[in-house]
Design a protein around this ligand. Sequence first.
Ligand code: CP3
Length: 346
Amino acid sequence: MIWISTKDSIFIRACKGMEVERHPVWFMRQAGRYLPEYGRIKGSRNILEVQKDPEASSEITVLPVRKLGVDAAILYSDIMVPVSASGFGIRIEENIGPVAERQLYSEEQIGGFKDFECESDAPYVIGNIKRTKEKLPDNLPLIGFSAAPFTLMSYLFEGKPSRTFERCRNIMKNDPDLWNGSMSLASELITSYLKSQLKAGVDAIQLFDSWAGFLSDEEYSKNALPYTKKIFASLPDNLVKIHFSSRNSGLLGRFAETGCNVLSVDHATDMRSTYETFGGRLAVQGNLDPDVARVGGNAMEIQTASILDSMDGVNGFIFNLGHGVLKDTNPDSLRTIVKQVKSRES
Ligand code: CP3
């Protein structure tokens, strides 16, 4: 038997721009609520509680591999797990998202970030990774992740999900010491968290800077980019590093400067022109509209085909949605997409 390890997998090869026989496919938020099995495993527990049960978490992580046939698994966790585990009070409210018990007013409130160690503060994440690796086939990579510093800190400064980020932008301008001090602490926490995930066995990492696209070029370049850059630079050179943001067309050039080697783009961005600008230097990932996947049917198949047509024959492309799977998506629709991607050989 030929030994195929995760580094030879189609996902890792595509992320590195190497030759592939077809494009790989996975979905952001594939380990989640659209799957009926997810609800059964989770019961009445919230995500921060299920996290602490590696058997349940690892089962949720591998579900989409078994049910949909995707080419990579993503750790079942949440971006707020290390924040919560370091002692900063966070609730995850259904249909709203992460809510802080108190808004952040001083660096002292996140003092726990300084000595955060995943192995002792959130050992269940390590347990989940190890258990998941035992369950996954040898050639099926596991993606670890974290929020990028801006997206992480936006929840602490705003106290709840925002679409204007007024307080963040105000602090950037009027209290740069608080901004820079907090972002530095967040970057240390994230770096340490990702290194622990790597040590435990993840094969690639994705940084979610979901809300960075709401910043201006100047705000992003000065107040967020340097921190993301530092995180990527402190991780091993040969590691697959994916950068994700949404509403991001105007900042794509900046995201490409972060040191990532895969650029994940949302559905408002044209995949082919992104490839033409960055391909060769970076791999690109995306970008079917999650709402089109939710509606399913013919329109979905046409749009999937159109993305595949536009990326026909290229290396360095990973099929995904432009953002996470929406909860009322039919798993059969995602199965159809996977089949469609897999049936195209390049
Ligand atoms: O992708 C995956 O399947 C892996 C697991 C994962 C979750 N959250 C599980 C989750 C990942 C990668 C995340 C990342 C995450 N979490 C991001 C970045 C990606 C993005 O979508 O932009 C953000 C901004 C969050 C914050 C967050 N956590 C939100 C907005 C929500 C949804 C709130 C709601 O009810 O609509 C959560 C909770 C959450 N994270 C759920 C899941 C499966 C659902 C709640 C639950 O089942 O308890």
